[in-house]
Design a protein around this ligand. Structure first.
Ligand SMILES: NC(=O)c1ccc[n+]([C@@H]2O[C@H](COP(=O)([O-])OP(=O)(O)OC[C@H]3O[C@@H](n4cnc5c(N)ncnc54)[C@H](OP(=O)(O)O)[C@@H]3O)[C@@H](O)[C@H]2O)c1
Length: 244
């Protein structure tokens, strides 16, 4: 799973197609979508028209917990995305206090059938992950949660690591003040932008980041973060933005 992916929430139609094409052109090989984003078809066309072989791109989509027939939802996602398998299929959120054990079995069934490579959850707490694992004997590979330095919680980070559940963060940019002096200082030290430091913070911690943008320059700069690394001290300073 590439640690850096491209988010597609709130983009639809031609804008979604253009953004995905752009992202694939500049080098992203991981795209995050969901049934409820209503852009799987555009993501699929973007993938197909990019000419990049299917097995070089990591594709995630998510099933809403209230999907009437999740097996049908998966087949629709596959058809719209123009693929015979997903790399990752997630339960999108928890609802009504449920951890959705029954739906979880459907995800595993799909994995056994070869329709999805891996399965996981989104917006689950560590306690909910443990309950799901205890109830079904199957642990999620990934938990996609809202995550940024301002939301950083050592217990949550370590909890995922200890369970060997990949922590995939979402809405990092939305949750960050890019004028923050710490981010600016670290960015200046590396000759990069605060947004690039923010995304690099994920990678150097081992978190997955999936920034979304419809702006070509941002799509490009959010991906251009391989030429520098943050050291322990810098990571620690940025962790310190928690709660700010
Ligand atoms: N599992 C879930 O429940 C869940 C929930 C939310 C999101 N997600 C996933 O996570 C992805 C990312 O989260 P998100 O879309 O909420 O927000 P995000 O990626 O944190 O932020 C997107 C916003 O930041 C702006 N932006 C992007 N790059 C920037 C840069 N370099 N400098 C300044 N601003 C920049 C974008 O503007 P422009 O587009 O105008 O450039 C957009 O307004 C989603 O697209 C989706 O795939 C999952």
């Amino acid at each position: 799973m590439p640690l850096l992916g491209f988010g597609t929430w709130q983009i639809r139609g031609p804008q979604a197609y253009d953004a995905v094409r752009r992202a694939l052109d500049v080098g992203y090989r991981h795209i995050d979508t969901a049934t409820v984003y209503r852009n799987e078809e555009e993501v699929g066309r973007g993938l197909a028209d990019s000419g990049i072989p299917r097995d070089e791109v990591f594709v995630t989509t998510k099933v809403p917990p209230n999907a009437g027939d999740p097996r049908k939802t998966l087949d629709t996602s596959l058809q719209k995305l123009g693929t015979d398998h997903l790399d990752l299929w997630l339960i999108h959120w928890t609802e009504g206090g449920s951890i959705h054990e029954d739906l979880w079995q459907v995800l595993f069934e799909a994995q056994k059938a070869g329709k999805v490579r891996d399965v996981g959850v989104s917006n689950y707490s560590l306690d909910q992950i443990d309950r799901l694992t205890d109830a079904t004997g199957q642990q999620p590979a990934v938990n996609q949660i809202e995550w940024a330095p301002t939301l950083y919680d050592d217990e949550v980070a370590r909890g995922h690591e200890q369970r060997v559940v990949v922590l995939e963060g979402y809405s990092a940019l939305r949750n960050t003040n890019l004028d923050d002096p710490v981010l600016r200082e670290v960015a200046d030290a590396h000759g990069v932008s605060p947004s690039q430091v923010l995304l690099r913070w994920h990678l150097d911690h081992g978190f997955v980041a999936i920034p979304k943008s419809v702006t070509p320059e941002r799509i490009e700069s959010n991906f251009a973060i391989t030429a520098f690394e943050l050291d322990e001290q810098e990571l620690h300073r940025i962790d310190g933005l928690a709660g700010s």
